[in-house]
Design a protein around this ligand. Structure first.
Ligand code: AR6
Length: 186
C-alpha cells in the first residue's frame, strides 16, 4: 500500500496550506512573473530578503536545482525555489533538467521535515516546456521518489492553474493505478 497520497488540484498554489510550497523560479533567484510573481506577492518581502542572502553566498541557483527559504505570509513553513529548464526544442537536456528540478525539490523538502508539499507545473508557463511531456516527467519522478522513500511524505499536491494542465495530469495519473486505488480508499 502506498503511504504517500498524490493529488491533483486545480487552483492558486499560494492559497493552499502545506508544509513546503515549491516555486518555479529562475536561476538568478530574482523573482518574476507567473507562479513566482504570485508567491512573492502573497508571501511578502521576507522571501526575497532571504533569496538576496543566498544569492550573495552562492550567486543564484543552477537549472535543475532548488533552494529553500521561509514562506513569509504564505500558508506554509518553507518555500522551495526550484529552477526548471527553459524549453528550447528538447536538445539541451531539458527533460533531464526538469526531472532533476522535481527530484531536488523532493530532496530539499525531506531535509526540511515537510510532510505535505505542493508543486506547480514547473517550466510549463513562461519557460514553454510542452505540457504533456512535462506532466509525464513530473509524475514519473515523483512516483519513483516515493517508491524509494515510502515514508518521506504524507501528501504531494500537484497544483494545476490551467484547465489544460489539469486534464493532462488526470490523464497521466491513470498510469499509476496504485495511487488511484489509494486515493479512492483513504
Ligand atoms: N498557482 C499555481 N500555478 C500557477 C500560478 C499560481 N498562482 N500562476 C501560474 N501558475 P510559470 P515557468 C502556473 O510561468 O514556466 C517566472 O518569471 C502556470 O500556469 O510560473 O517555470 C520565473 O521567475 C504554469 O502552468 O513558470 C521564471 O523566470 C506553471 O505555473 C519563469 O517564470 C509554471 O508557469 C519560470 O517559468
Amino acid at each position: 500500500m502506498m503511504k504517500t497520497k498524490v493529488e491533483i488540484i486545480r487552483g492558486d498554489i499560494t492559497r493552499i496550506p502545506v508544509d513546503a510550497m515549491v516555486n518555479a523560479a529562475n536561476s538568478r533567484l530574482a523573482g518574476g512573473g507567473g507562479v513566482d510573481g504570485a508567491i512573492h506577492r502573497a508571501g511578502g518581502p521576507a522571501i526575497m530578503e532571504e533569496l538576496n542572502v543566498i544569492r550573495q553566498k552562492q550567486g543564484g541557483c543552477p537549472t535543475g536545482e532548488a533552494v529553500v527559504t521561509g514562506a513569509g505570509k504564505l500558508p506554509a513553513r518553507k518555500v522551495i525555489h526550484a529552477v526548471g529548464p527553459v524549453w528550447t526544442g528538447g536538445n539541451q537536456n531539458e527533460r533531464e533538467l526538469l526531472a532533476l528540478a522535481y527530484r531536488n525539490s523532493l530532496l530539499r523538502a525531506v531535509e526540511t521535515g515537510a510532510r505535505i508539499i505542493s508543486f506547480p507545473n514547473i517550466s510549463t508557463g513562461i519557460y514553454g516546456f510542452p505540457k504533456k511531456e512535462a506532466a509525464k516527467i513530473a509524475l514519473k519522478t515523483i512516483f519513483d521518489f516515493i517508491n524509494e522513500h515510502p515514508d518521506a511524505f504524507d501528501k504531494i499536491l500537484l497544483v494545476c492553474f490551467d484547465e489544460e494542465n489539469e486534464n493532462i495530469y488526470h490523464e497521466e495519473m491513470k498510469k499509476y493505478p496504485v495511487n488511484a486505488k489509494f486515493s479512492n480508499n483513504p
